[in-house]
Write a protein that binds this ligand. Structure first.
Ligand SMILES: [Zn+2]
Ligand SMILES: [Zn+2]
Length: 128
């Protein structure tokens, strides 16, 4: 059963991929995609699915109740750590080399092995 439109799903993914360094609310996405002819309810439904599929990361924006969405392909992101800003909800990818550095350092001093799916929380440069 197909409850969503494949064409709209693709348009949504394309948009998010093109702006993978930014996190948007669904309202912002619909607004920026104007011309894409996607309704808010469709966008919400598609986003939920994309989050389930591991293509999009959902975060709470600051201490508001709204969510922001960002293209984070969990498959491609296997093997490096991420940092998430608790204010704007944006996710930052750490280089593999930086990830290895942190993991090795911690492992050497504490014998603790950090799971690469760990999300480091903090404040990004834009929100400080
Ligand atoms: Zn990543
Ligand atoms: Zn931020």
């Amino acid at each position: 059963m197909k409850t969503y439109n494949t064409h709209q799903r693709k348009a949504l993914i394309d948009f998010l991929q093109a702006h993978s360094k930014e996190a948007f609310t669904v309202e912002e996405i619909v607004e920026k995609m104007s011309g894409g002819g996607i309704s808010q309810s469709t966008a919400y439904r598609l986003m939920t699915k994309l989050v389930e599929d591991g293509l999009v990361h959902r975060s709470v924006k600051g201490n508001s109740r709204s969510f922001v969405y960002q293209y984070v392909n969990s498959e491609k992101c296997d093997g490096h750590l991420h940092m998430k800003c608790t204010d704007c909800g944006k996710v930052y990818h750490l280089d593999h080399s930086v990830t290895a550095l942190i993991q090795n350092d911690i492992k050497e001093s504490t014998h603790f092995e950090i799971d690469s799916h760990t999300m480091l929380l903090g404040k990004c440069g834009n929100c400080k």
